[in-house]
Design a protein around this ligand. Structure first.
Ligand SMILES: N[C@@H](CCC(=O)N[C@@H](CS)C(=O)NCC(=O)O)C(=O)O
Length: 254
């Protein structure tokens, strides 16, 4: 039996996990969880899947675990991403994303950017409030833009500047786009941060003021599995832009 993935395509950490499973060519059983309507807080989910009440979450059947007689459950996307790389049947593909003991320094650098992701880029996640603005009454939309989205936009700028400077210090060779931890092979750090930023790009925000970030994100988004798993967020972004784009400052990072 394959790994069971509990997730939703509108959830950034869910997309990161699903893209990695595909990149590692690892079969999975898909279970969509309607997190926006509170399904992660229902007792079946809390008891059977993830006591932390969030997606993504995975359940690894006992037969797939190292010597365990019971299934193994795991939440928190970063923990899941690392676990999948450590236990992937295709070890060499996994090592490219997260080398582990084979390269302690590169792994530590990936860990650093993953930790940074949660405290910076994700902390100023705008998509959640863009959705709130999209779903609310027109008379409240300007208020949400100025009271909620502008502070998030401003708080995100230093993180984008940090990413710009990290990328400018990497060498991808003449024709290639460098990745966050050097070279042109993306790692878990690129995956998790790119999934986060991509969802506001899908709405129509662009990062012209941070050209290296823009180029890096384009390169990540052009990957086959990234594109496929992002199809729903692309559609949702387009819908928001068409219906509510006038209320958003889509040039905030231009
Ligand atoms: N730090 C967690 C964040 C997970 C998270 O916030 N998931 C959201 C969807 S993007 C969720 O499940 N929300 C449901 C809720 O808060 O009720 C991770 O990386 O997995």
């Amino acid at each position: 039996m394959p790994v069971a993935l509990y997730a939703h395509r509108f959830s950034q950490p869910s997309r990161a996990v699903e893209i990695l499973l595909r990149e590692l060519d690892q079969p999975y059983e898909w279970h969509e969880v309607d997190f926006a309507n509170g399904e992660t807080r229902e007792s079946w989910f809390t008891q059977r899947v993830n006591a932390l009440q969030t997606i993504p979450a995975i359940i690894v059947p006992a037969a797939e675990c190292d010597g365990r007689e019971t299934e193994f459950k795991l939440g928190e996307s970063h923990a899941i991403l690392r676990y999948l790389c450590r236990h992937a049947p295709n070890g060499s593909a996994a090592a490219a994303w997260y080398p582990g003991a084979a390269d302690a320094e590169r792994t530590a650098t990936i860990d650093l950017w993953m930790a940074w992701h949660h405290n910076h880029v994700r902390r100023y996640d705008m998509f959640h409030d863009i959705m709130n603005l999209h779903l609310t009454l027109p008379m409240l939309k300007y208020e949400l833009q100025s009271n909620v989205l502008v502070p998030l936009q401003n708080a995100l700028q230093p993180s984008l500047a940090t990413l710009e400077s990290q990328l400018s210090a990497q060498d991808g060779g003449d024709a290639n786009t460098p990745m966050l931890c050097g070279g042109t092979q993306p790692t878990l750090a690129d995956l998790t941060i790119a999934c986060e930023l991509y969802q506001i790009v899908a709405v129509g925000y662009h990062f012209d003021r941070y050209p290296r970030v823009a180029r890096w994100l384009d390169t990540m988004a052009a990957r086959h599995h990234f594109r496929e798993v992002s199809a729903e967020i692309d559609d949702q972004g387009r819908t928001i832009r068409e219906a509510s784009g006038d209320y958003l400052d889509l040039d905030a990072f231009a």
